[in-house]
Design a protein around this ligand. Structure first.
Ligand SMILES: C[S@@+](CC[C@H](N)C(=O)[O-])C[C@H]1O[C@@H](n2cnc3c(N)ncnc32)[C@H](O)[C@@H]1O
Length: 209
C-alpha cells in the first residue's frame, strides 16, 4: 500500500476547527476511513491512522504557537509524535528557523510531507524513534502524546534533563504528568464523538518545568 496514494484517496484537505490557517489531509464523515476499524485497515496493510485526525492536544498547541510566535520564531524546533504534522506546521508558519517533525509511523511521515506541501511550508520529517537521543533543539513540542503509559514515561524521562523548552498540548489524557508542568492556556477544542467520548474537549497548553 503506497502511503501517499492511500492518504490522497482516503482523506480530504480540511482545516481543523481551532487552526483554520492550516489545511491537513484528514478523515471526514464522507470518506470511508472514518468508519474503518483497525482490523479492516490491518488487512490492507495500513496502521491505525493517527495522522488522519487533528488531536485536541495538537490543535491547542498549534493555536498557542500561532498566537505566540515569539516562542518558536528564529528557533530550532522539534515536533515529536507529529501525526498529521499540524504542530510542526504551526511552528514553521510562526517563523521557526528549522522544524523537524518526528513520527515512527510511515503513513504519518507521508501525510506530513503532503500537508507541508499543501500549506507551502518547509519542514523536515523523520521516521526514526528519536526519544532518548541527544537533542540540540531549542524547543520541543508535544501534541497529545500522554495516552499510553510506556510512551509517556519514556518521553518525560527524556525531556526532563534537556535544556530545551518543552511545550505540551493535552486534553487530560491518563498519563499526563500531574506535577512539574506550568499551565499556559486552556482552549475549548471541537473534536469528534467517534474519536473521543465527547464533541468538545477542554485542552491545556503547558510548559514542562
Ligand atoms: C495521538 S497522535 C498525536 C498526533 C499530533 N501530535 C496531534 O496532536 O495531532 C500520536 C502520534 O505519536 C506517534 N508516536 C507514537 N510513539 C512515537 C515515538 N516513539 N516517536 C515518535 N512518534 C510516536 C504516533 O505514530 C502518532 O502519530
Amino acid at each position: 500500500m503506497n502511503p501517499e496514494a492511500f492518504i490522497r484517496a482516503n482523506a480530504a484537505l480540511l482545516a481543523p476547527p481551532l487552526v483554520p490557517e492550516i489545511k491537513l489531509y484528514l478523515a471526514t464523515e464522507v470518506v470511508p476511513l472514518w468508519r474503518a476499524t483497525e482490523d479492516e485497515l490491518a488487512k490492507i496493510g495500513v496502521p491505525p491512522p493517527y495522522w488522519a485526525f487533528a488531536w485536541a492536544g495538537g490543535q491547542a498547541l498549534a493555536r498557542y504557537i500561532l498566537d505566540n510566535p515569539a516562542l518558536v520564531s528564529n528557533k530550532m524546533v522539534l515536533d515529536i509524535g507529529s501525526g498529521s504534522g499540524l504542530v510542526a506546521l504551526a511552528a514553521a508558519k510562526a517563523g521557526a528557523t528549522q522544524v523537524l517533525a518526528a513520527d515512527i509511523d510511515a503513513f504519518s511521515c507521508a501525510a506530513i510531507g503532503l500537508n507541508a506541501a499543501a500549506n507551502q511550508l518547509d519542514i523536515a520529517v523523520t521516521q526514526e524513534d528519536i526519544i532518548g537521543q541527544h537533542s540540540a533543539w531549542d524547543v520541543i513540542l508535544v501534541g497529545d502524546l500522554f495516552y499510553e503509559r510506556p510512551l509517556a514515561e519514556r518521553l518525560l524521562a527524556w525531556l526532563a534533563p534537556l535544556k530545551a523548552t518543552a511545550l505540551l498540548g493535552d486534553p487530560g489524557r491518563s498519563y499526563f504528568p500531574k506535577h512539574g508542568v506550568e499551565k499556559l492556556a486552556i482552549y475549548t477544542v471541537q473534536t469528534t464523538r467517534d474519536l473521543e467520548d465527547r464533541e468538545i474537549r477542554e485542552t491545556g497548553v503547558y510548559r514542562l518545568v
